[in-house]
Design a protein around this ligand. Structure first.
Ligand SMILES: Cc1ncc(COP(=O)(O)O)c(C=O)c1O
Length: 325
């Protein structure tokens, strides 16, 4: 018999490594009552949750004919979307150019370029390295849009592309439902484009309308809560831009939880020290918020709160000044 060329154990490409992440109980960090369950999104091939939306948006654009085989792709990114797109475009053979603020961690630019993409780092308007504001993002967008024109490229546009939240409706939500044995009391997540929060919450609420969903916002930058912005600079890169994103839908939200930089750092460190997982700041914020929610008494005592560990801590390790700017 001729040897088979493909088995279930062999993935056809890096695209098959996207999604289906394990869910882990953070039982050492939070001993109860109740439980925090976290999806290990840092295990995606681009080391973040944004691989899911990258694959979904590119696949849908190819299917609709909007993106032709081999055609160039451009996107504006805080880094993780860029890394995810770099994985997908490398495998599918699309030249990729990304624009990113110089305030976002340089590790992400290094990662994208290692996958064959070009990353243009745009000087900051008002933020500092590690703190990126809405004005900084708008400056990055301006450069990105000029490139789209110049290259006649497909513009991914994660902030308004419905394929972004669809990715989470089609994958993250169903995976959580299956992995927990259909036992979810609440879901909490930070909001950048809102793709993760809206897609996952929509799916979970369709399975059980009693599931409570909470947006996690950085203290002082809480537009979804309806508060004026008093602190636009915070550590939660990739989220908390101080505006309500186009993809956000209030109908899938029960409330908001605010987290300070200190709390995000404390829980980022605890996830490492107690659980052996090296993750980024928004993961720390998500877990800080899950603890607050469980301790607030609004859920049943033995509630299961599900959240996402968005990316790896390796994307934030300190770098020398000369690499930052
Ligand atoms: C580290 C990190 N956390 C959270 C998010 C927010 O995800 P979403 O854009 O799906 O709201 C992002 C988005 O880029 C991110 O990079």
């Amino acid at each position: 018999m001729a040897p088979s060329k493909q088995t279930d154990e062999i993935k056809s490409s890096a695209l098959d490594l996207i999604g289906n992440t394990p869910i882990v109980a953070l039982d050492r960090l939070y001993t109860g009552p109740g439980r925090i369950l976290a999806k290990c999104e840092f295990m995606n091939p681009g080391a973040s949750i944004k691989c899911r939306s990258s694959l979904s948006m590119i696949q849908k654009a190819r299917e609709s004919g909007e993106l032709k085989p081999g055609a160039p792709v451009v996107e504006v990114t805080s880094g993780n979307q860029g890394c995810g797109l770099a994985v997908v475009c490398a495998v599918l053979g699309h030249p990729l150019t990304l624009t990113m603020s110089k305030g976002n961690s340089v590790q992400r630019a290094i990662h994208m370029e290692a996958l064959g993409a070009t990353c243009i780092r745009v000087p900051q308007v008002e933020g500092t390295y590690g703190n990126v504001t809405l004005a900084d993002v708008q400056a990055v967008e301006k450069v990105g849009l000029e490139l789209v024109e110049k290259q006649n490229a497909y513009y991914v546009s994660q902030f308004s592309n419905p394929g972004n939240s669809d990715a989470h409706y089609e994958t993250t939500g169903p995976e959580i439902w299956k992995q927990t044995g259909q036992h979810v009391d609440a879901f909490v997540a930070t909001v950048g484009t809102a793709g993760t929060f809206v897609g996952t919450s929509r799916y979970l609420k369709e399975q059980d309308p009693n599931i409570k969903t909470y947006v996690v916002e950085p203290e002082g930058a809480e537009p979804i809560k309806g508060k004026p912005i008093t602190k636009p600079l915070h550590l939660l890169q990739g989220s908390g831009y101080g505006c309500i994103p186009n993809l956000f839908k209030f109908e899938y939200m029960d409330g908001t939880l605010s987290v300070s930089d200190e709390e995000a750092v404390k829980y980022k460190n605890l996830i490492g020290e107690k659980e052996g997982l090296y993750v980024g700041y928004t993961s720390g914020a998500n877990v800080a918020a899950a603890v607050k929610l469980l301790e607030s008494g609004v859920l049943p005592e033995d509630a299961w709160v599900v959240t996402v560990l968005n990316d790896t801590g390796l994307k934030y390790t300190p770098v020398p000044d000369e690499l930052q700017h």
